[in-house]
Design a protein around this ligand. Structure first.
Ligand code: ADP
Length: 897
C-alpha cells in the first residue's frame, strides 16, 4: 500500500505493532506519533508533537536526520542498524536496543510530504538473561491482542527455514484450510517455490531490508489443488535479534483479488464504450449528478471544447467551462435529470471565452437524454451535439449581405440629394462582397447592377447591365428562374433555395452551375415592390464532389446487379450496407432482414469460425480472403460458394469497407465429388485382383528360384516391381478420395524418429539400387505422429528424388532439431525445379511439364502436404534448376501440439 496523505493514516499508524513517528518534510518536525512510539520513550504523545527531529535526537531518541532526508529525496525506504540507547522509565535508566526504518510518504500527486519512521524495540539481552530466558524475543509490547483484531493478515516467520511462529486470524482467513503454525513457509506453500515471493523473503532474510508489494499476483493452490490467481498487497519486514542479525520476518498482507478483478472488468467495459463513442461523428459527453460532473467524453467533444481529457474528466461542467454559466445549459441539464424529459434544440448559439479573452461564437444542434444510474435513479445526462457553425455563418452572411444592400438601397431612395455618395458606398459593398449580388429593377427584371461575382456565375460581361434578365440570359427561358422572380415580385415574399441548378451559357458552352440563392424583394418609398435583390453563392464544386461520390456508389450498385455473383458491401465494423439482388433472391429475404439477422445465419455452422479468422487476417494483411464455404438458400439447403472478402483501403491506409462476392460452385463441387467417388471406387475394385496377382507372382518367383531359372526369375522380379508401382498408385488414389471426403484418418502414437528411419533405410537400398542414398545421424527425439503416414511421406520424397535424377547420383536424407520442431531434408542432385513451379508442386494433379516423359499422376506431393498439415507441420521445396532440389518437412515435437 502506498501511504498517502489522508485521514486514514492516523488510524493505520495506531493499529500497527510498531513505534511510528511521522515527520513533515516541510520543517522536519514531528507531525504524528503513535502510542507505541511514545511508550518506548515513556512520554505522552502530545509531548513529542511539533518538536524538531534535532530536539528529539538531543533527548536521546534513536533517529537520524540524514536517513530521514535521504529517504525523502530519493523516495526510498532506508533501514539503519540497531542502536543501543538509554531511556528513563519510572525514574530509572534502562538500556534498550532499537532499530529504525525510514519510509517516504507521498501525497496523491506522488510528492514526498512526510517520512514515516518505524521503530522496533529489542529487549536488552542483559536484562533477559538474568531472567533465565536464553532466546531474545521480539517485543510487540502489549499489542498481541490488537494484532488479533486487525483486518490485515499478520504472520511471523522465524529462523532460516521461515517457520510460521504465529499468525493472526486474518492471516488464517486467507488460507482457511491450511495448518501453518510450526511449518516452514515453503512446506506450507509448495506452489510458491521459485516464485517472486520466495525470492523476496530470501532478500529480506539476507539483506535485512523491508520490501513492499502492491496488487501483486501470488498464485495459490485452492482446496482442490488447482492453482488460482490471487492478488495481494503485502509488506515484508525483517526482525532482528540482539546481534543485529535477521532472525525472522513479519508479513503484513491483505488480499485484493476482487478489487483487481473488478478493476479489470470495469476498465474493459469502459474501454469498449469509449471506443464506440469515439467513433461517433457527433460530440458526446456524459454528465452526472447535481454538480454536473463529466464522466465520459469523446474526442470530437474535446476538440469542440478545446480541452484535454485530463482537464475535464471527473470535474464539474461549469468549472471546466465557467463562461457557460450564464447560458442555459446547466439549468437544462438539471431539468433533464429531474423530470426525465428529452431536450432537443436546433441551431443554439454557444459562446466560449478563449484564453486571450475573445469570444468564440459557435452553433450546435444538441439533444439531452436522461440516464439512469445503477440504483435505478435518474442521475445523468447523455449530451450529443453537432457543431453547425459553418453552415449557420454561411447563411447569416448571405442574409447579412441582403440586409446591407437593402439598407443601402433605402438610403438611396430616401436621401436623393446624397445620391452620388450613397451610390458609391453601395457600389463598394457590392463589389467587395464574396458572394454574387445583382439588383433587378421592375417587373421586367432589368439588370440594374451586377457585381463581379454574379457576372462570373452568369458567364457574362458588364455589357448586360441595362438589359432585361430574359435578354441578358436567353438560355434561362425554359428554366424556373423567371417564374420564381415573378412570384417574389407579386407576393413580396423572399425566396430561398439551396443547391438550385442552372444551365448557363459560358463562352458558347452550356455549363451546369449550382448555387444557394436568396431573392429579396425591395420596396420603394410607397411600399410597392420595385426591385429584387439577388444574392447567390456558387456551390457547384461541393455539389459536384458529392454527386461524384453518389455516382460512383450508384455505379458500384449497378455493376453489382449486373454480375452473376452475389455481391455485398459492408463497413469496416462488419455492418452490411448492401446486398445485391442475387443475394436477396438466394436468401429469400429483404435487405433489412438479411442485414439484421440473416447473413451470419446463412453461413454453415462448421465454417463460421474459420470465416471470422480469415476476415480478421485479411483486415490486417490487406489481402482478400478466399474460401470455399456453404450458404443456406431460401429452401434451407446449403450450397457451396467460392467466397471472396476484400478489404478496401483509402490513401491513408485506413480501411473504408469490405466488398464481398460469392459465386455458386455447387455443380463444380458435385462433379468433383463424383469424380472422386469414381476414382475411389475403381481403385478399390482394382485392389483385390492386384493383391492376388502379387501373391501369384511371389509364388512363381519362389518356384523359379528353386528351379534356378535365372531368366524367369528376372522377369518375375520385374513384374513384382511393376505391381508394387501399381499398388502404390492405387493406394495414392484411394488416399486422395479419402481426403476429399474428409476420411483421411491420422492415428498418432509416440515413437522415436530413429526407429522410423531404421525401418525404411534398408528397404530403400533394395528399392532404389540405381542411386546411393545417404542418411545423416538421426537426433534422439520422440515424435507424436502417425508413423505409417510419415513413412509414406518420406518414401514419396525419396522416391521422387530418385525418379527425377540421373542414375548413379546421390540422395541425402538429413535431420535438424530446433526448440519445438524437427525438420527432415531430402536432397537430390537431379534435374531441379524452376522457381515458378515450386509453389504449385503440392497442388493436386500438378506435374511439371518435361521433355523426358517420367510417369506419374501428380498426387504424391499433394498427399505429403495434406498429411504433414494434418499433423500441424509444413512442407516445402527449394531448388536450383538443373542442379538439384531439396524437399523439407517439419513436424512439431511431442507435447507441444
Ligand atoms: P508425380 O511424381 O507422380 O508426378 P508428385 O506429386 O510426387 O507427382 O510430384 C509432382 C511434380 O513435382 C512431379 O511431376 C515433378 O515434376 C515434380 N517433382 C517432384 N519431386 C521432384 C524432384 N525431386 N526433382 C524435380 N522435380 C520434382
Amino acid at each position: 500500500m502506498n501511504l498517502t496523505d489522508s485521514a486514514i493514516l492516523g488510524s493505520i499508524i495506531e493499529t500497527l505493532p510498531f513505534g511510528i513517528c511521522i515527520i513533515s518534510t516541510d520543517n522536519w518536525k514531528v507531525e504524528m506519533v503513535n502510542e507505541n512510539y511514545a511508550a518506548i520513550y515513556s512520554k505522552p504523545k502530545h509531548a513529542l508533537l511539533d518538536w524538531s527531529v534535532d530536539y528529539l535526537i538531543a533527548q536521546g531518541h534513536s533517529l537520524e536526520l540524514k536517513a530521514i532526508k535521504e529517504s525523502a529525496t530519493h523516495k526510498k525506504t532506508i533501514t539503519t542498524l540497531p542502536a543501543d540507547i538509554v531511556v528513563e522509565r519510572d525514574g530509572k535508566k534502562e538500556h534498550i536496543t532499537v532499530s529504525a526504518l525510514y519510509s517516504p510518504v507521498t501525497d496523491a500527486s506522488g510528492r514526498v510530504t512526510k517520512v514515516a519512521v518505524w521503530i522496533t524495540k529489542h529487549q536488552n539481552i542483559n536484562a533477559m538473561t538474568s531472567g533465565g530466558i536464553t532466546r531474545p524475543k521480539y517485543d510487540l509490547g502489549n499489542i498481541n491482542a490488537l494484532i488479533n483484531e486487525i483486518p490485515t493478515g499478520v504472520a511471523v516467520l522465524s529462523g532460516r527455514d521461515l517457520i510460521f511462529e504465529s499468525i493472526n486470524p486474518s492471516f488464517q482467513d486467507l488460507v482457511p484450510e491450511k495448518e501453518l503454525i510450526g511449518k516452514p513457509f515453503l512446506k506450507a506453500f509448495p506452489e510458491l517455490t521459485g516464485s517472486e515471493l520466495e525470492h523476496s523473503l530470501k532478500r529480506v532474510w539476507i539483506e535485512g531490508i523491508l520490501l513492499n508489494f502492491i496488487d501483486h499476483l501470488v498464485p495459490l493452490f485452492n482446496r482442490s489443488g488447482i492453482l488460482e490467481e490471487r492478488y495481494f498487497t503485502y509488506r515484508l519486514i525483517p526482525r532482528f535479534d540482539d546481534q543485529k542479525n535477521v532472525d525472522g520476518i513479519f508479513i503484513f498482507t491483505s488480499e485484493v483479488t476482487h478489487a483487481i478483478d473488478n478493476k479489470a472488468n470495469l476498465e474493459r467495459t469502459s474501454n469498449n464504450l469509449n471506443q464506440i463513442i469515439n467513433m461517433l461523428p457527433a460530440s458526446v459527453v456524459i454528465i452526472r449528478y447535481d454538480h454536473l460532473e463529466v464522466e465520459m467524453i469523446n474526442d470530437a467533444n474535446l476538440e469542440y471544447w478545446k480541452k484535454t481529457r485530463e482537464e475535464v474528466i471527473g470535474r464539474p461542467f461549469l468549472e471546466i467551462l465557467p463562461d457557460l454559466a450564464d447560458q442555459p445549459f446547466a439549468g437544462q441539464l438539471r431539468r433533464v435529470m429531474e423530470t426525465g424529459e428529452i431536450i432537443d434544440v436546433k441551431e443554439s448559439p454557444v459562446m466560449f471565452t478563449e484564453a486571450d479573452g475573445t469570444i468564440r461564437e459557435t452553433f450546435v444542434d444538441y439533444t439531452y437524454q436522461p440516464l439512469v444510474g445503477l440504483d435505478g435513479k435518474r442521475d445523468g445526462v447523455l449530451v450529443m451535439s453537432f457543431e453547425i457553425t459553418d453552415r449557420v455563418l454561411a447563411r447569416r452572411q448571405l442574409e447579412q449581405y441582403a440586409d446591407q444592400l437593402l439598407a443601402a438601397n433605402d438610403q438611396l431612395s430616401v436621401v436623393n440629394s446624397k445620391l452620388s455618395k450613397s451610390e458609391s458606398r453601395f457600389k463598394y459593398v457590392f463589389e467587395k462582397a464574396p458572394v454574387a449580388i445583382g439588383l433587378l429593377r421592375g417587373k421586367n427584371f432589368v439588370v440594374e447592377s451586377a457585381n463581379r461575382k454574379i457576372l462570373e456565375v452568369w458567364g457574362k460581361s458588364e455589357s448586360i447591365v441595362g438589359l432585361t434578365l430574359a435578354d441578358a440570359l436567353p438560355e434561362i427561358k425554359d428554366q424556373p428562374f423567371l417564374g420564381l422572380l415573378n412570384e417574389v415580385y407579386k407576393t413580396g415574399k423572399p425566396f430561398y433555395a439551396n443547391e438550385i441548378r442552372a444551365m448557363l451559357m459560358h463562352e458558347d458552352e452550356l455549363k451546369e452551375i449550382f448555387f444557394n440563392v436568396v431573392y429579396q424583394p425591395v420596396a420603394d418609398a410607397e411600399g410597392q415592390i420595385a426591385d429584387i435583390l439577388v444574392v447567390a453563392a456558387d456551390v457547384t464544386e461541393q455539389v459536384n464532389a458529392r454527386k461524384a461520390v453518389e455516382r460512383s456508389e450508384a455505379y458500384f450498385k449497378m455493376l453489382a446487379e449486373l454480375v452473376p455473383a452475389k455481391i455485398s458491401n459492408a463497413l469496416p465494423t462488419g455492418e452490411v450496407t448492401f446486398f445485391n439482388k442475387k443475394w436477396l433472391e438466394f436468401a429469400g429475404m429483404n435487405f433489412e432482414d438479411m442485414r439484421d439477422f440473416g447473413y451470419n445465419q446463412l453461413i454453415h455452422p462448421d465454417e463460421i469460425e474459420k470465416f471470422r479468422k480469415g476476415l480478421a487476417e485479411a483486415a490486417v494483411s490487406g489481402k482478400p480472403y478466399l474460401s470455399e464455404m456453404r450458404f443456406k438458400n431460401k429452401k434451407g439447403t446449403y450450397i457451396w460458394h467460392l467466397n471472396i472478402a476484400s478489404p478496401i483501403f483509402d490513401e491513408d491506409g485506413q480501411m473504408t469497407m469490405w466488398v464481398g462476392s460469392a459465386t455458386d460452385i455447387q455443380t463444380l463441387k458435385e462433379e468433383e465429388q463424383r469424380k472422386n467417388d469414381f476414382i475411389g471406387m475403381v481403385s478399390h475394385e482394382l485392389k483385390t485382383p492386384i493383391t492376388s496377382v502379387n501373391i501369384y507372382l511371389q509364388l512363381l518367383l519362389r518356384k523359379a528360384e528353386k528351379a534356378e531359372d535365372e531368366f524367369l526369375k528376372k522377369i518375375y522380379i520385374q513384374s513384382i516391381k511393376q505391381i508394387k508401382h501399381m499398388t502404390d498408385m492405387i493406394n495414392g488414389f484411394l488416399d486422395v478420395s479419402r481426403l476429399e471426403s474428409g476420411k483421411l484418418h491420422i492415428d498418432k502414437n509416440d515413437f522415436l524418429l530413429s526407429e522410423l528411419v531404421e525401418e525404411v533405410r534398408e528397404d530403400y537400398q533394395l528399392q532404389f539400387p540405381t542411386h546411393q542414398i545417404y542418411f545423416a545421424e538421426v537426433p534422439e527425439i520422440e515424435i507424436n505422429a502417425d508413423q505409417l503416414k510419415i513413412a509414406q511421406v518420406l518414401n514419396n520424397l525419396v522416391g521422387n528424388a530418385v525418379k527425377y535424377s540421373e542414375n548413379g547420383t546421390n540422395v541425402f536424407v538429413s535431420f535438424e532439431k530446433t526448440d519445438h520442431k524437427v525438420r527432415v531434408l531430402v536432397k537430390d542432385e537431379g534435374m531441379g525445379i524452376k522457381a515458378d513451379n515450386l509453389k504449385k508442386l503440392f497442388d493436386r494433379y500438378y506435374r511439371v511439364e518435361q521433355e523426358s516423359k517420367i510417369a506419374g499422376f501428380g498426387i504424391g506431393l499433394y498427399l505429403c502436404a495434406e498429411i504433414i498439415e494434418a499433423h500441424g507441420g509444413k512442407v516445402w521445396a527449394e531448388s536450383e534448376y538443373g542442379t538439384g532440389s531439396t524437399f523439407y518437412f517439419e513436424l512439431p515435437l511431442s507435447g507441444i501440439v
